[in-house]
Ligand binder design. Structure first.
Ligand code: PSU
Ligand code: MN
Length: 312
């Protein structure tokens, strides 16, 4: 039986599932507060939880509310995260401060991994990972998501890395940190809105209906069984009929990056600015693709959590 850390507050549903070592899927909350506009963000958050329940697993959206790290949120709490003006973006660096000040915070991939680990949850679904930013060779802007993947035992399902980041350097850093990057049903590493990126996934397994979840669960058990601490990146490409092809996407991304540089936006504000700007530039098309890929990741996450719980 897993005993969650005493500073966490688990919903009844999540507590029961964790204590029974049942299939649980962690979900982050920065994607809700800073990744999509209201009200689509709240609708997406609720829908994704439902997809996971329908597939036989328990969803656990993670955030800090009034200074309490919460694992599993109510519909009302999801709405607060998606609409309240005082929800800050909280990575690992920011966690102690929001907790100490009894504030609200939406957790990134890095801080969600940390809290999931404290709760005993090993499978985590998101949209896109943070990584090495373009120009990081001078700005040193490398997301703490990568640091966390190097040390915290949680498997993260994503749709790859957006080309607002430097994908090649992101994959290099993951290799340095000892993080397996496993493609699902495709040999090419996906770039979030697009199935392709020009880079190969260093490893791959079959798709969701062809034994992929069971193979992924075996990778997780092998890694942690050998005390190779750290995460696993599971790269699940957006479905073909919902992607925006990479060459088309690049034009939009270049425009958003140029606007970001012109406005002098830096640090933790870069990713939220670019995501919002891309929704504007594409007239909402990128938002539809973003929601589609999260749905797709939720289905895989539920299947993986079940496969992992069964073999545990
Ligand atoms: N990419 C997205 N949507 C998001 C994010 C990334 O498509 O919402 C968020 C995630 O929470 C991720 C964070 O962990 O941005 C990375 O931010 P930074 O680069 O500041 O570490
Ligand atoms: Mn950064």
């Amino acid at each position: 039986m897993t005993t969650p850390h005493s500073m966490l507050s688990l919903s009844d549903e999540v507590r029961a599932a964790v204590e029974a070592s049942g299939p649980v899927v962690a979900l982050e909350s920065t994607i809700i507060s800073h990744g999509m506009p209201y009200p689509d963000n709240v609708a997406m958050a609720r829908e994704v939880e439902q997809i996971i329940r329908d597939a036989g697993a328990t969803p656990a959206t993670i955030a800090v509310l009034d200074g309490v790290p919460r694992i599993g949120l109510s519909d009302d709490q999801l709405k607060v995260l998606g609409s309240h003006p005082d929800v800050s973006k909280v990575s690992v660096r920011d966690l102690p401060y929001v907790v100490a000040r009894s504030a609200h915070g939406a957790t990134t991939v890095a801080s969600t991994m940390r809290l999931a680990d404290l709760a005993g949850i090993r499978v985590f679904v998101t949209g896109g990972l943070g990584g090495v930013h373009q120009g990081a060779e001078s700005s040193m802007d490398v997301s703490a998501d990568l640091t966390e993947l190097g040390r915290t035992d949680v498997a993260v399902i994503c749709a790859g890395v957006k080309s607002i980041l430097d994908i090649g350097r992101t994959l290099e850093v993951l290799e340095t940190l000892g993080v397996p990057v496993v493609g699902v049903g495709s040999e090419e590493f996906p770039s979030f809105f697009s199935r392709g990126s020009g880079f190969r996934s260093p490893m791959s397994v079959p798709g969701i209906d062809d034994g992929g979840p069971e193979e992924l669960a075996a990778v997780m058990r092998a890694k942690w069984g050998m005390r190779l601490h750290g995460g696993v990146v599971i790269a699940n490409p957006v479905p073909e009929d919902e992607e925006i092809p990479a060459d088309e996407m690049q034009v939009f991304i270049d425009r958003a990056l140029a606007d970001c540089a012109r406005l002098g936006i830096t640090g933790k504000d870069i990713t939220p600015y670019l995501l919002g700007r891309i929704v504007e530039i594409t007239d909402g098309r990128s938002l539809a693709t973003n929601i589609a890929l999260v749905r797709n990741n939720a289905r895989l996450g539920a299947a993986l959590a079940r496969a992992y719980a069964q073999g545990g």
